[in-house]
Structure formats: C-alpha cells, structure tokens
Write a protein that binds this ligand. Structure first.
Ligand code: HEM
Length: 495
C-alpha cells in the first residue's frame, strides 16, 4: 500500500516493487542507458509481445457471457426423443455460455458496418464438457466442400499486391462457383449488413446429428431466433456509421448489457430423418441449401440470454477458441463435407494462434465441476497437469499399476453404415440456382432493389467477361434477377 495515496503498489511480475516508472536507468541524466535495468526490459519486452496472431478469418469480434435455459422439449416432444444431450433434457436447466460475434474478412480493428457475414459462435459449458456451436448470421455458405475454403477466403480478402478488397477478384471466383449464388443473394440483400449484433439471427449452417439414448440419429440444423427482431443497414446508413465509428456493433452490445437490457435468442432446430432423402431436390448435407420450413418446421429448444460483459478483451475475446468439432454426448457430426474440414481447421489454427495448451486457459477450459484427466503432458506454457484424478507418474494407458481408465465401453456411439468407392466427386443433387431464385422472389420489392443496386455497384468495377458470367448465373436463378442486374450494368442478358 502506498503510504500517501493508499493505492496498491506497482510491481514487476516477479513481485518486486517498481520505484521509478518514469525514467530508465542511465549514466547521468542524458544517457547512455544501462542494460541492468530489469523493470524497463521486462516492460518493453512484454509490450513487444502483447499481440497474438489475429484469426485468419473472423479477426474482429466481441464476446459476451450468459446462459442457456432449456425447455426440456424439442418442439412438442420431450428432448430425449431426439437427443440424450444433457443440457436439453430438463425444463429450466441452465447452462453457462459465452458468445463471440464477429465479422469475417476485415482485420482486428476493421469496420463492423461492412457487408460481410457475421460470425455467431456459442460456447456452452455443459456438465458433459464444452459444446461449441460455431455459426453465422446467414443460413447458407458460399461453398459446400472444405477444400475450397482457402480459395473463397483468398478471393474475399484484400488483394496481396494492392491490399484492397477487389470486386474483380471476388466475382472472378464466384462466377466460377455456381453454388455461391444462394449465399451471394443473402449477402448482397440488406441482411448482409446487420444493424448490430443484437438484431440478427444465427444459424449453425452445417448439418449435424442428434443421437438419443437408444443410439438412433436424426439430421439437424440449428437456428438462433433474435428476440430483438432482425434489423439491417443500407450501404448509405453503414457508410454514415463507419465515417465516425468502426466498432458500433461491439459498443451497442456492451452498452445494452451494461444497461441491463440483456439480449435473448431462442434456439430452434429443424429435424430430418437420417438418410439421403431422395424425394428432395437438394442434398440435406449441402450447406448452400436451407431446409424448407413448411416441411421441416422450427422446433424451439431453449432460450439464450447474454447478461455479462467481458472483463478483458485479450483474455476472453482474442484467446477464446471455438471449434466446429467440439460436441458433447448426444450431439454428433454428419457427413457434411464442410464440417469435416472445419473440425480439423479450428483447433489446428488455435494451436498456432494461441498455443498448444490453449485448452488450459480459463476461457476455453471446461467448467470446474467437469473432470479433465488426460495423459497429455508438457508443451509451451503448460499451466498445470490435466490429470487431477490420476497418478502423476502414470502418463500412459493401459497400466496395471494406476492411472486413468477409459470410460465404460457400453457407451452407445452412433455407428452409421457407409460403403462405397473412394473418389473425388461433386454431390449429385447440386441444384445451385433454385433456392437463390426463390429467395429473390420472396424478398419485398425494396430488398430486391437494394440487392440489385449492391451487386451492380461492385460488379460495375469488374471485367466484362466476369459481369456476363455473373448475369448468366443470376438469370439461371430467376429471369428477372439476371435481367435487372444486366440492366444495371448496361450489358445484354445472354441467358
Ligand atoms: C470448411 C470451411 C471452413 C473452414 C476451413 C473454416 C475455418 C475457420 C478458421 C481457421 C477460423 C479461425 C478460428 C480461430 O482462429 O480461432 C474460423 C473462424 C470462424 N468460422 Fe469458420 N471455417 C469454415 C466455414 C465456416 C462456416 C460454414 C461457418 C458458419 C457456419 C463458419 C463460422 C466461423 C466463425 C463464427 C468463426 C469465428 C469463431 C470465433 O469467434 O472465434 N466457418 N473458421
């Protein structure tokens, strides 16, 4: 305690008091400086390392904490009909969670009013360990095979020479990627710039499975329905915001929670029997498609409330690590070809971005009452031995002496039967245009106008051959869609 001010004393991380935080140690008042200047060297060298690599995508984001309250049911049926996941079973049961909202393409300090999908990643801290539902605010995606992810992101990121997001690069790629038309129709509509993070829905996008106690599976898509409603910005409104404020959405979320206006989203699922569904004109595992809600209604599962802000952005936002493969018992993968790639990619980048022991950080570790006992050992920044119940000498399994045992083998793993030739091939039911056309036709007139205007603005900066290819694709979606974009560009519609 400082005798005059009563404040705590500034120390080094070695616990030594700092007596002078104003001047380096120098020979005389004008220098040169000395090297045996521990506090100065520690202060500067830690500062030099204050940043970790930003996320390769979704670098700009903001975290809030809260809880999920289960209804105990999935639609009108007990949750146990479809899944044995514990967090859904009991009406009123609460699960703590953290959410990170983000933009995708811009860097860590870029504008939050940009036209871009918004990340909607939720980390549920369940009694069975963590479940991450890593979604977006738009229900579909640009591509359906994970092998194309680096390409779509490279096309959307700034040009490696000019460092500008170049429309010609974006639409060069998209015009050669017909499955992107549905996502582009969402992205260039008003939905492409949510007014803020509270007034947007969320979607798991990929198809997952739920598995019940009998080991039976169903296919499932997740939806977060905003209780604040959905609001978007026009280009002009977004431009006016980002003229003076780059982080309006984080600010809005933070301030709403500080005021006690805690935003809420209802979690709903769509459910489909676990087979190929030959009666549909799309593949249920294709993430460029939505499932029609008249055939596959939204069934409410529970409510999420965000009620606590972060206490430190670096620890809770930069270091939080979500993964599409982080599931709990009763929630499972599907064969969605994006999901398998995502499952590898997230933890791979986190080992690079945060470090191999990223799961020991409090923001990523399972909650305290969940046992974590592994035989993993060492690595940079190892903070503790994750073997609270085991024998510290036995870091292997099996052992006749002591150590950890694997869990009961009667555990009912979901075991789909698969057979077939190992090949590289596109899926059969691609149907790249129908849902994009339907989406266009169901938009109110002003949204259609806005969509066409936004596309024409960017396509107007592209080469003629790329414009023509894009118009051709839009015409396949809907005649009027292609015609209006062609008119806007002043070119003939060759469809
Ligand atoms: C195969 C396709 C994909 C790959 C390889 C991929 C890869 C990645 C990577 C490497 C990150 C950075 C993670 C980190 O540094 O912590 C990331 C972040 C993210 N991705 Fe994907 N992604 C894919 C598709 C998708 C899709 C379809 C969605 C939406 C459903 C999505 C939503 C997100 C979100 C929300 C984040 C930010 C998570 C956070 O806030 O920390 N990604 N993705």
């Amino acid at each position: 305690m400082h005798p005059q001010t009563g404040k705590s004393i500034l120390t080094t991380r070695q616990g030594h008091p700092v007596h002078n935080n104003q001047q380096q140690r120098t020979v005389g008042s004008r220098g040169p400086a000395t090297l045996e200047n521990y506090h100065f060297l520690e202060k500067i060298s830690h500062f030099d390392r204050e940043r970790i690599p930003e996320r390769v995508v979704h670098a700009r984001g903001f975290v809030a904490h809260g809880e999920f309250e289960a209804y105990g049911t999935i639609g009108d049926e007990p949750a146990a009909t479809y899944t044995r996941a514990k967090l859904f079973q009991v009406k009123g049961a609460k699960t703590p969670l953290s959410v990170r909202f983000s933009t995708v393409i811009g860097g860590r300090d870029s504008s939050e009013a940009t036209r871009d999908p918004r990340g909607f990643a939720v980390k549920f801290r369940t009694e069975d360990g963590n479940w991450d539902l890593v979604g977006n605010n738009l229900p579909v995606f640009f591509i359906r095979d994970a092998i194309k992810f680096p390409d779509v992101i490279h096309a959307l990121k700034p040009d490696p020479v000019t460092f500008r997001q170049e429309p010609n690069r974006i639409f060069d790629f998209m015009s050669n990627t017909p499955e992107s038309m549905h996502m582009l129709t969402w992205l260039f509509s008003p939905r492409g710039i949510p007014a803020n993070y509270r007034t947007q829905d969320g979607f798991g996008v990929n198809t997952y499975r739920m598995v019940n106690a009998a080991g039976e599976g169903v296919l499932v898509k997740y939806h977060w329905v905003s209780q604040q409603g959905v609001e978007s910005l026009t280009e002009e409104q977004a431009a006016a915001i980002q003229a003076t404020e780059l982080g309006h959405a984080s600010k809005d979320l933070y301030e709403a929670i500080q005021r006690g206006e805690c935003p809420r989203w209802e979690l709903c699922v769509q459910i489909m029997g676990d087979d190929e569904h030959p009666e549909l004109d799309f593949d249920p595992l294709d993430d460029t498609k939505t499932w029609p809600q008249d055939a596959f209604p939204l069934r409410p599962v529970g409510m999420m409330t965000l009620n606590r802000n972060v206490s430190n952005v670096h620890n809770e936002n930069e270091q939080i690590a979500f993964g599409a493969g982080v599931l709990v018992d009763g929630l499972d993968f599907s064969d969605d070809k994006m999901l398998v790639g995502r499952t590898f990619s997230y933890s791979d980048t986190q080992r690079y971005r945060v470090g191999p022991n990223y799961l020991q950080l409090p923001i990523n570790a399972p909650r305290e009452d969940v046992p974590v006992n592994t035989n993993q050992d060492g690595g940079p920044m190892s903070y503790r031995v994750d073997n609270r119940a085991g024998n510290p000498h036995i870091t292997f399994e099996p052992s006749s002496v002591a150590g950890l045992d694997q869990a009961d083998e009667s555990y009912r793993e979901y075991r789909p039967f698969v057979s077939g030739q190992v090949i590289r091939a596109p899926i059969d039911r691609q149907n790249n245009y129908a849902q994009a056309g339907e989406r266009f036709r169901t938009m109110p007139q002003w949204e259609r106008d806005d969509l066409v205007k936004n596309l024409v603005n960017l396509l107007g900066q592209c080469d003629k051959q790329i414009q023509e290819k894009m118009v051709w694709h839009f015409s396949q979606c809907d005649d009027g869609y292609g015609r209006r974009v062609a008119e806007g560009l002043g070119i003939a519609d060759h469809s």
